[in-house]
Design a protein around this ligand. Structure first.
Ligand code: ATP
Ligand code: MG
Length: 701
């Protein structure tokens, strides 16, 4: 029997836990174990569903079982949910191996999270060393756009003769420049050629934006990585931070950007103890400056080169589904070499189902989900994926009509709702009196307060002792009662006065009368506020809550607060981006037509088209036993500026050309029961003989 720091003992039986892995996975798990530093750098690069995340979890568990200190492990992945799942998986393996009982064996990894989350924590700790105020607030993307808009206005760019890039474009250019570490002119010429001539104006705008952030003691998302990377460049500070970790492990490395890879390299320059995992064929975040070069060049970054393990056996999908996935990615312009194989039990082939339009699509998907549930497949084992959040709108109506519970990931986030932002702004302002953006938002909630008074209030609050300054401020008599109420709640919320999480209750209580006055649907919005209070109670401190909510807000209420319905069986709807790394027994992909995948928005360059292809590949590779690609033949286009809303005939996505059809089962579906209660207008085009059309198109192949 061997004993371990975690207090457990390992028996012979439990030592065989690595037998569950295949030889390549095992080789990656045991790599460098004879060396106290965990060996040199290791790259696990492999296709979808080959057990990369599983292998990473086993490797970390193995390190811990062999005595590594969990407090000195840095484990990063792309979302907080993925991080939590990884931590849970590692915990379970360790518990099982060391025979820890459930009560004593709860393993936590204090440094497990997203790059942005970990960056925020380190920055708070080292703030004063890098000239930051430790009570800085973090701006979410929407607030950053607003701040950019304010600066753009102040600098006079809203009145230029030639149209200046919008505030959202300005922020995305700024963000790309920061994250990609590319010179601005190069970036503009390559990715935003229509803005190329604005280089010097943008330089000035960005400088003013940075100055505003500093004055208000706020950091945006990009700053969290930027400051972290800067800290790592300082030999003393960088060394100190790097020395805190013995092991650095990163999942989904193909979707990291230049700053993130610089951070990983700087944390452990020798590469000892570094493991990165990913799949170049699944890189789908270049619009956030991710670069697939990070994973492709990782091994050669080190001298000698990092060890590399490839995995080819797919454990997720049936051979039939995998052959369709392989076929789709096989047409990629860059020759990804991975041909995955699977010896899972055979299933029927992946399906391509043609339907008349999006209304039929919603009906078809809802029905097939219910049919599968009748055969014993729970809703939670099924998912519906789509390119863009709005694509699921009709399906959501159909699911509600049929009483099918679902949770939706991606798209409009909970925290973007105005009433949630109102309450959080109050907390942020109480936390950071310099936070002008939060202050003006809150002040404008008072009846009769417009931008001018709000900015006077914000200015006063930032000028010294916030509460005293607000007491001295002259305010119109008509505002007296709500003004007194606001100062009272700010006093209660200022640091330390109201204990956490009671403070959130006080903030909501202050807000409710405003909510009732401002919104017609206040009753519905109140429920969200109750959810917010519940989430707050899950976080130990206000600062932790605000940071985490801003950095990685729950994509849906159910994400944070457990199952969204009392009924714990629910279907998942998700954008493809948010489905990364996950799997379900049955997956339906909506709108597999040109214009949706690839998206109309992304048909500019070959690189963009290729990324859309990988997106479809990511969607398809989520399926274990059942996969349908749904192709509506008519498609409704919204708000085309010159042509108005209209229906168009859609083509099956170019990523599934005729030559690939032998990998699929083809069918057409027509609704058998008219949608009596549907309020969705039927398309205003002549009916087509769909079955005949489909039959002919298949026969050609
Ligand atoms: P993705 O590319 O989608 O992130 P991945 O390569 O990370 O996928 P995992 O999610 O780790 O793959 O694993 C896919 C599935 O295969 C999971 O259900 C996992 O439990 C299973 N699996 C992985 N390795 C093995 C194994 N050696 N034996 C049995 N099942 C395995
Ligand atoms: Mg994975």
């Amino acid at each position: 029997m061997a004993s371990n720091e975690l207090g457990g003992t390992q028996t012979q039986a439990s030592r065989d836990y690595l037998d569950e892995l295949n030889p390549e996975q095992r080789c990656a798990v045991e790599f460098g174990m004879e060396d106290a530093t965990g060996g040199g750098p290791l790259l696990i690069i492999a296709g979808a569903g080959t057990g990369k995340t599983q292998t990473l979890a086993y490797r970390l568990a193995h390190l811990l079982v062999r005595g590594a200190d969990a407090r000195r492990v840095l484990l990063m992945t792309f979302s907080r949910r993925a991080a939590r799942e990884l931590e849970h998986r590692v915990g379970k393996i360790v518990q099982q191996v060391l025979n820890l009982d459930a009560g004593t064996g709860h393993l936590t990894l204090p440094w497990c999270g997203t790059f942005h989350g970990i960056g925020a924590r380190l920055l708070r700790e080292y703030a004063t060393r890098v000239g930051l105020d430790a009570s800085f607030t973090i701006l979410d993307r929407a607030d950053s756009v607003d701040l950019m808009g304010i600066v753009r206005y102040q600098q006079g760019y809203s009145e230029t003769e030639r149209r200046f890039p919008s505030k959202a474009s300005c922020l995305s250019i700024y963000s790309r420049a920061v994250n990609s570490r590319e010179p601005l002119q190069v970036l503009l010429d390559g990715a935003y050629p229509w803005c190329s001539t604005w280089k010097s104006a943008l330089d000035e705008l960005f400088a003013a934006y940075v100055a505003q952030k500093q004055a208000q003691h706020i950091l945006d998302y990009d700053d969290l990585l930027l400051y972290w990377a800067h800290m790592m460049e300082d030999p003393e500070l960088g060394g100190e931070i790097g020395a805190r970790f013995d092991h650095v492990l990163v999942d989904e490395y193909q979707d990291t950007n230049a700053l993130q890879s610089d951070i990983v390299h700087a944390l452990r320059p020798s590469g000892h103890g570094v493991t990165v995992v990913g799949d170049d064929a699944q890189s789908i975040y270049s619009f956030r400056s991710a670069t697939v070069r990070n994973i492709l060049d990782f091994a050669q970054h080190y001298q000698p080169a990092a060890a590399r393990v490839s995995l080819a056996r797919n454990y997720r999908s049936s051979p039939q589904i995998l052959s369709a996935c392989n076929a789709v990615i096989g047409l990629a312009k860059e020759g990804f070499e991975k041909r995955l194989w699977s010896d899972r039990a055979a299933t029927p082939p992946a399906e391509i189902v043609e339907v008349g339009d999006e209304t039929d699509q919603a009906q078809y998907v809802a029905r097939s989900i219910l049919e599968r549930r009748e055969t014993g497949m729970a809703l939670r084992n099924q998912a519906v994926l789509f390119r863009t959040s709005s694509h699921s709108a009709l399906l959501e109506i159909e699911l509600a009509r049929r009483d099918i519970p679902f949770v939706k990931y991606g798209g409009l986030r909970f925290l973007e709702a105005a009433h949630i932002k109102d309450v959080l702004s109050l907390l942020r302002w109480a936390d950071n009196p310099h936070h002008g953006l939060a202050a003006t938002r809150v002040a404008q909630l008072l009846p009769g307060v417009g931008p001018a008074t709000a900015s006077r209030i914000a200015g006063a609050a930032a000028s010294g002792d916030m509460l005293a300054a607000l007491d001295r401020l002259e305010i119109a008599e008509s505002l007296r009662a709500p003004w007194d109420e606001l100062r009272r709640v700010l006093r209660r919320l200022s640091k330390g006065a109201a204990r956490w999480p009671l403070a959130i209750g006080e903030a909501i209580e202050w807000y409710l009368p405003h909510l009732e006055r401002i919104y017609d649907d206040a009753r519905v919005r109140r429920i969200d506020l109750e959810d917010l209070a519940r989430m707050a109670a899950l976080h130990g401190t206000r600062e932790r809550f605000l940071t985490e909510m801003t950095l990685d807000p729950p994509e849906a209420v159910g994400d944070e607060a457990g199952a969204p319905y009392k009924d714990d069986d629910f279907l998942v709807l998700s954008t493809i981006h948010s489905a990364k790394g996950r799997e379900w027994r049955a997956v339906s992909v909506l709108n597999v037509v040109d214009g949706c995948i690839p998206s109309d928005m992304a048909t500019g360059t070959i690189a963009e088209i290729e990324e859309e292809r990988r997106l479809l590949y990511v969607a398809m590779t989520r399926a274990r036993d059942h996969l349908s690609l749904v192709v509506p033949r008519r498609f409704y286009i919204h708000q085309q500026s010159d042509k108005g809303d209209r229906h168009v005939y859609a083509q099956r996505s170019r990523f599934v050309p005729d030559a690939l059809l032998p990998h699929f089962a083809l069918s057409a579906w027509l609704p058998t029961v008219p949608l009596a209660s549907s309020s969705v207008p039927k398309p205003n085009v002549a009916p087509i003989d769909l079955a005949e059309k489909v039959r002919r198109s298949w026969e050609r192949n």
